[in-house]
Design a protein around this ligand. Structure first.
Ligand SMILES: Nc1ncnc2c1ncn2[C@@H]1O[C@H](COP(=O)(O)OP(=O)(O)O)[C@@H](O)[C@H]1O
Ligand SMILES: [Mg+2]
Length: 490
């Protein structure tokens, strides 16, 4: 909010004490936002109640500590009691504000502990960021700031802490901690495994009805864009219509739109956009999760579906290899990868589950060892297929491997006569578009998998690697052939 005109100022100043008026005029002189009259009254009241209790002796609840009236969307976010929810979309929609409000929700209850994470300490503490906002809300109230632990302690004993997870070992700072609320601001900046780790720190307070809540607020884009999109019901009709959407395991997504926040200060908005790269920036103006950099054969959003590997029934599996035997070196800094894609097919649901991806850039001998070790790991019930290159060397490599895999259903499969890479990729592309190919939750290789799918342009020797695409094409071919041959029993 820009400086109000003299008239508006006069309107606010009327009926105020001399001291209040002086504060207002000073703020106005410095070009800062003028608090409304009700805000002024609230703040003045707060300072009088160092005990943090109302006239009945009850601890003040969060309303006392939050200077903002929630918008409709924010109120919907605050009303959620389920374990996981995400408030996501356009920058400036009031998401970070909502996260702070949500953390405050139970501060009148003794023992309540909340924490809010940003990815780095700098993200947390820079001007205008969460920590500064928390200070603006809470300084001068009965909540006390403890700098060493970056914690506000409330008169009830409840706490809200601020943390960052910049690298793997930062997790350890929270090893013994227990929270009823864990918030992630800019969730798409985090790897999924850190988010999942923090679940283990969520604990119900004994004898209390406080719900345990994992809450995210985020713009689209960022390293975690894909897993976040896969985890939450973002690409749904409800969300498209701007409404709350409920997905698997009760996970809730509330889409954030710019128009939801009438309090937005345009300067601040531009500032928050400036933090981002151009693609993301365009995504953000509309809060659109779908915009991706293209993808001519496979589109990123076709791989949004995830499954939990421990929920899978027993299904037939396959390990499909595409071999390469060169290490990166001075003459070839970016050689092809050896890839081994493990999958399971559910003939009833007609779903292909991608279970695992093994990758290596090693010499032929080391690759051979990897294939053999993986076969033992997968077990003898998992067939092994190896894409056989043309010529006698290709034949030799496969014969050698099959020999080493005595006791396994191991075979070379030649692609000759099956058309070029693009033609071979078409069936996989069709299955992916129909949402029939699912990736596992939480696997580290998933983003690499999707990136390669999206970058594949169908050319034989395109600029990008296509080894994963090849294994996927061969995998779909394997299951299609198997289905045709065993149709009666499927
Ligand atoms: N309910 C509200 N009342 C008043 N101001 C609000 C409210 N919600 C958000 N704001 C303000 O609007 C601006 C943008 O909100 P913010 O939470 O930072 O958006 P986002 O995190 O979605 O980018 C901030 O200055 C914030 O304090
Ligand atoms: Mg924000």
């Amino acid at each position: 909010m820009a400086v109000s005109s003299r008239d508006a100022l006069a309107g606010r100043v009327r009926g105020m004490s001399k001291a209040q008026r002086a504060v207002l005029l000073e703020l106005d002189r410095r070009g800062l936002r003028l608090p409304t009259r009700s805000e002024m009254v609230k703040r003045a009241k707060r300072r009088q109640t160092a005990s943090g209790r109302d006239e009945n002796g009850n601890f003040y609840d969060w309303r006392h500590y939050c200077p903002h009236e929630p918008t409709e969307k924010q109120a919907a976010f605050l009303a959620l009691e389920g374990r996981e929810a995400l408030f996501g979309g356009a920058a400036g929609g009031g998401k970070s504000d909502a996260l702070l409000m949500a953390a405050l929700q139970y501060v009148h209850i003794p023992g309540y502990a909340a924490i809010i994470f940003r990815r780095t300490y700098a993200d947390l503490s820079k001007p205008g960021a969460l920590l500064e906002r928390a200070h603006a809300w809470l300084d001068g109230t009965a909540a006390k700031w403890i700098d060493e632990t970056k914690t506000f302690r409330f008169p009830s004993g409840a706490t809200i802490s601020f943390g960052y997870l910049d690298c793997e070992k930062d997790k350890l700072n929270h090893q013994g901690a227990e929270y009823q609320f864990v918030g992630f601001d800019e969730l798409t900046q985090f790897p999924e495994k850190w988010y999942r780790y923090l679940f283990s720190r969520l604990r119900r307070l004994k004898g209390s009805k406080i719900p345990i809540r994992m809450r995210g607020a985020t713009n689209p884009g960022g390293v975690g864009h894909n897993w976040v999109m896969g985890r939450f019901p973002i690409l749904t009709e409800e969300a498209d219509a701007g409404r709350k959407s409920v997905g698997e395991r009760g996970r809730v997504f509330i889409p954030s739109k710019l128009e939801d926040n009438p309090h937005l200060d345009t300067e601040e908005y531009e500032e928050s956009l400036a933090e981002l790269d151009t693609v993301t920036r365009t995504q953000l103006r509309r809060g659109d999760w779908r915009i991706s950099s293209g993808g001519t054969v496979f589109k990123r959003e076709w791989f949004a579906g995830r499954f939990n590997p421990s929920d899978l029934p027993k299904l037939a599996t396959l390990r499909q290899w595409d071999l390469a035997g060169t290490e990166p070196g001075p003459t070839n800094t970016d050689p092809d990868f050896t890839r081994g894609l493990k999958s399971a097919y559910d003939p009833g649901k007609k779903i292909l589950y991608i279970l695992d991806l093994k990758s290596a850039r090693k010499t032929a001998g080391a690759v051979r060892d990897l294939v053999v070790a993986t076969a033992w790991e997968d077990g003898k019930t998992c067939p092994v297929r190896v894409e056989q290159e043309g010529g006698s060397s290709g034949k030799y490599v496969v014969e050698d491997l099959v020999g080493a895999l005595l006791g396994f259903d191991a075979k070379g499969v030649s692609v000759s006569g099956k058309g070029g890479k693009l033609l071979r990729a078409r069936p996989a592309s069709a299955q992916a578009e129909a949402g029939k190919i699912l990736l596992p939750e939480g696997a580290a290789w998933v983003s690499e998998f999707i990136d390669e799918m999206e970058a594949f342009d169908g050319s034989e020797n395109g600029g990008s690697h296509d080894d994963i695409v090849d294994t996927l094409s061969a995998t779909v071919d394997f299951w299609a052939t198997k289905r045709r041959h065993t149709a009666a029993s499927w």
